[in-house]
Design a protein around this ligand. Structure first.
Ligand SMILES: Cc1ncc(COP(=O)(O)O)c(C=O)c1O
Length: 376
């Protein structure tokens, strides 16, 4: 018996909530020869990747790296390193990922206050202010920049000013924002920020870009106990990601994924961050106009919409799942379903990274027109 039969995935246009279409340059980078994880050329590439991440994140934070694991590893690392049992944590939740933050923090024994907001709306800045001002000090306040489960954008800059004044560490999830929206970690006053590779960076899933401020590092150094998770312990991982001298082995880095991320950041920086952001915005406007012509409406109010994640209301009488299946089967396009209370009520259309182009929008609109004919 031989095992020569190779898996050959169909060519699917990825227009869901991630992964997005991968840049050709990233695929080429992923296929390059694997080096040793302590090879000097690879260490140089890690340094270059960290520097590119600093530019993308808008930070000069020394501790900036790509953690092994998807975006959730970034979330987990944020709590496991900087929160100790009994620490008071405030999480503002307006969708799945804020709720996940609270869950992660609770599992670590933090005293979590979850401040819930309506799905499809942003986190309300004044409500966060009122909660912070009326409570004993929090150790950390966490918020999601771009809530992928609904398509709502939160003003993380305004919340940052309030959190900074309170003295708490400020945690921001920009898994979906990085590379598609302005991200300015230092200006926001954010202490801990993570992202993922498979959204607007257009690299396959597998790494969590991560950055944290010196204030966060000080909290890590002053912990009373060890970080309760060996794999994500930043005090050890940093010995591998930084320093002029020898790098200490922690775990074997996913070498080729780091080649891929480096190339993805190269695509972002070569095109120019502002130009890429404008490309996302233009694709979003084209999509919304086209959907309106088809009689379809959006879940989120115009001023709070994410360009890269568009929640479209399913019209009465239309079978949400059936349309998604037809798009995949007949048009080779993937879009996403609604989650939680939005299941069956919205489609989630991603315009992330390499996917965010007029020709993809037009192809999807044609496919929607065809699939919906006779339904609306
Ligand atoms: C806002 C947000 N945070 C966190 C995550 C978790 O990332 P991952 O699925 O890569 O672990 C996602 C994934 O969709 C996300 O959209």
């Amino acid at each position: 018996m031989t095992h020569t039969k190779r898996f050959q995935p169909s060519e699917i246009l990825l227009m869901g909530p991630g992964p997005s279409c991968v840049y050709p340059a990233v695929y080429r980078a992923l296929g390059l020869p694997t080096l040793g994880h302590l090879d000097p050329d690879f260490i140089d590439l890690m340094d270059d990747t960290a520097e590119r991440l600093r530019t993308a994140f808008g930070t000069r934070n020394r501790l900036t790296m790509a953690l092994s694991g998807t975006g959730s590893a970034g979330m987990e690392a944020s709590f496991v390193n900087f929160v100790e049992p009994g620490d008071r944590v405030l999480v503002a939740a307006n969708g799945v990922f804020g709720m996940r933050m609270a869950d992660v923090a609770e599992r670590l024994g933090a005293a979590v206050d979850r401040l819930d907001f309506e799905w499809g709306k942003p986190v309300d800045v004044e409500t966060v202010r009122a909660r912070i001002e009326s409570e004993p000090p929090y150790t950390m306040v966490g918020v999601v920049h771009a809530e992928t489960s609904t398509g709502a954008l939160t003003d993380v800059s305004a919340i940052g000013r309030i959190v900074r004044e309170s003295g708490a560490l400020y945690l921001v999830d920009t898994v979906t924002g990085l590379g598609g929206l302005p991200v300015a970690v230092d200006e926001w006053g954010a202490d801990i920020v993570y992202s993922g590779t498979q959204k607007c960076l257009s690299c396959p899933p597998g790494l969590a870009p991560f950055t944290c401020s010196d204030r966060a590092v000080a909290k890590l150094s002053s912990r009373t106990g060890k970080v309760p998770n060996w794999y994500l312990d930043l005090s050890m991982i940093v010995q591998y990601w930084s320093g002029d001298g020898a790098r200490a082995y922690h775990h074997t880095a996913p070498i080729n994924m780091i080649y891929g991320l480096n190339a993805a950041l190269g695509c972002l920086l070569d095109e120019g961050i502002e130009a890429v952001i404008a490309r996302h915005r233009n694709a979003h406007e084209r999509l919304v106009n086209g959907l309106e012509d088809l009689g379809l409406g959006m879940l989120v109010a115009p001023e709070h919409r994410l360009p890269m994640l568009n929640s479209v209301t399913v019209p009465d009488g239309v079978d949400e799942a059936d349309i998604r299946k037809r798009l995949r089967r007949e048009h080779h396009i993937e879009i996403g379903a609604g989650l939680g209370p939005l299941a069956g009520k919205v489609w989630r259309i991603g315009l992330m990274g390499h996917t965010a182009r007029a020709e993809n929008v037009d192809r999807l609109l044609d496919a929607f027109r065809d699939s919906l004919s006779g339904c609306v």
